[in-house]
Ligand binder design. Structure first.
Ligand SMILES: Nc1ncnc2c1ncn2[C@@H]1O[C@H](COP(=O)(O)OP(=O)(O)OP(=O)(O)O)[C@@H](O)[C@H]1O
Ligand SMILES: [Mg+2]
Length: 229
């Protein structure tokens, strides 16, 4: 593959939610190319369709129309099983709700992706400690997840998303519950990951300081992406 080729390519993407009262056109022809080693921010007011776009890119929800390829592979033509395999192999998520297993420990939450990736047991604890260290949470490794604060849970979700070094990382307001200092620490971590592993990162955010640290930023207007930097 040519290094300049897009990892993720979205073309003419549309999403319409059909409700009993009306059809809501949320995405109206979104085009987006994401390359290795770049961090792209998407901003825009509440309800403009940011999460809808992220969920479609994450293969968590179907589009109404459009094309989507990862490394040249057509995503919308795939069976659910094949989509799930792509999701596991290429994509990492930090979603708006953290989606942690509340009744498992922090360690167990981070262990699941490593089990899927067949990382041997002997290597798991060290890998998990390192990932937690990057978000300042090593001391919580054996804690039950439901005893953590909201911001701590968000940081566990970040560590879990990164523990496998996914090629494409999708973050939906990943720093939304963090104070400025912790948010800066996490953003530095993201930047380092992107630099070291040529990761592609898409971040939905309301925070201009987060968008500023990204390579490019867009805002969503009338269901389309408009470049702002
Ligand atoms: N399953 C659904 N059925 C009907 N309408 C939906 C559905 N999911 C989202 N919507 C509507 O689509 C619009 C876009 O929602 P989305 O969650 O993508 O917004 P957002 O930009 O992420 O907002 P926020 O910044 O508040 O997270 C909203 O008006 C929402 O009410
Ligand atoms: Mg949202």
């Amino acid at each position: 593959m040519n290094k300049k080729d897009a990892i993720v390519r979205i073309e003419a993407l549309r999403k319409t939610y059909a409700t009993t009262a009306e059809n809501i056109d949320v995405l109206c022809g979104v085009n987006l190319d994401l390359h290795a080693g770049e961090m792209v921010a998407i901003m825009g007011p509440s309800g403009c369709g940011k999460s809808s776009l992220l969920h479609i890119i994450g293969l968590l929800a179907p589009p109404t129309a459009g094309r989507y390829t990862i490394l040249g592979h057509d995503m919308f033509g795939l069976s659910e099983d094949r989509q799930a395999a792509f999701r596991r192999e290429y994509l990492g998520f930090i979603l708006q709700s953290c989606n942690l297993f509340e009744h498992s420990s922090v360690y167990e939450n981070l262990e699941y992706p490593l089990i899927y990736a067949r990382v041997p047991l002997a290597m798991r604890r060290q890998t998990i400690e390192q990932a937690l260290g990057r978000v300042g949470l090593t001391h919580r490794i054996d804690y039950p997840t439901n005893r953590l604060s909201g911001g701590e849970q968000q940081r566990v979700a970040i560590a879990r998303a990164l523990v496998n070094n996914p090629k494409v990382l999708l973050g939906d307001e990943p720093t939304g519950q963090l104070d400025k200092g912790t948010s800066d620490m996490v953003m530095e971590y993201f930047q380092q990951i992107v630099r070291e592993h040529d990761t592609t990162m898409l971040i939905v955010t309301h925070d201009p300081a987060v968008a500023k640290r990204c390579t490019r930023a867009f805002t969503m207007q009338k269901g389309q992406l408009v470049a702002i930097s």
